[in-house]
Design a protein around this ligand. Sequence first.
Ligand code: CO
Length: 460
Amino acid sequence: MKVRIMDTTLRDGHQSLMATRLKTEDMLPLCADLDKVGFHSLEVWGGATFDSALRFLNEDPWERLRALRRALPNSKLQMLFRGQNVLGYRHYADDVVSEFVRLSLKNGIDIIRVFDALNDMRNIESSVKAIKKWGGHAEGAIVYTVSPLHTTEHFVETARAMVEMGVDSLCIKDMAGIISPHVAFTLVSRLKQEFNLPLSMHSHYSSGMASMAYLKAVEAGVDVIDTALSPLALGTSQPCTESMLAALKGTPYDPELDTVLLAKISTELKKRKDKYPEGKNAYYGVDPHVLASHIPGGMMTNFVSQLGAHADKLPQVIEEVPRVRADLGYPPLVTPSSQIVGSQAVLNVLSGERYKMVSNEVKNYLAGHYGRAPGHIAEAFRKKIIGDTPVIDVRPADLIAPELAGARQEVAPYLEQEEDVLTYVLFPPVALKFLKERQAAKYGVDFNLAENAAKEGYPA
Ligand code: CO
């Protein structure tokens, strides 16, 4: 049976290799050809693209989505969604989740791949419900990691919970790129045996195993593999589309895509990518740490910037990560748990004493505000960090009041589209700056003279 390809170039590809900096203007010229290839889908939105477009590129992420939708009329567009974390780093209220899903679909997304960093399936319930309600394809992703708790059974039960919720397809999401070929074979075989649903395999090349894992996944019956075009493949990104096609040629799995067309797109993409310092300096090698530490590529990059002048402490931080992870009940390392574990490991090393300083995120995590930890957390440890703060065991979003109406009021003067409210809820200061500047640029004047005058000390 033919395997199908999801192209990740315009989302995970540039997110993994060039800090999500590819601008829409460098995506659009590739689209006419990308649209002709016959991919299963193209992942073009979600993940870090929303934050990055707004924060670093001064682009409206919604406008990008609409532009891509127009430029790719024949393709299915896919996005990565962090369940109750939407595209941000905390839990949002259910009204935010539902509205975000509605507008993502309205602006052009077909398939929403949803996951929860802890595989706490209560945290994707309202996302899946919203995707079904608003007519999208819900893909449930199992977050893959290696720990004493993350057995094949754990992953199968995670998948079962999603199947019971009514997802349309499943995905194995190996964000650190640590799934081995034989584990991929076993896991895909089990999931295909248990559930009568299409299954995708998503891995990263970080440890150098991903294309071997894909081949075994294909042999075990996986339906879709996620790859990126050569200029944005390998390293911490996905396996390379061109190589996977060559490897599958002459087998019953051959996706039979037009390799001449793909070569043309890759040539153009390489030219455009090399204009960016982040793109030109992208590292394509195998990260030797990841095999032992299971630390995803993105976390390593963060450590280097967090440590700054203390770069010599990096080896200690890498050793501290698995210890913090064990203390916290083995959360998989994916946004936002990767940031929670990573920053605490840095604090533990820099302060010279473990948990002398504790981030608010770790406190909230220990109080249950991100959901259920996969494993056991020692009571003494929890007490030491959060004292008698009550630990919640309900779905965290049950405690969050609706957020949309209040947010709409706060940004009312700057609204040009209903999407702006969501942009603001997700990233308040960044969004406000963006919305204000957009308005000023559009009308050539700043309407908030009174506010500015007050700030600058003039009578208002
Ligand atoms: Co990924």
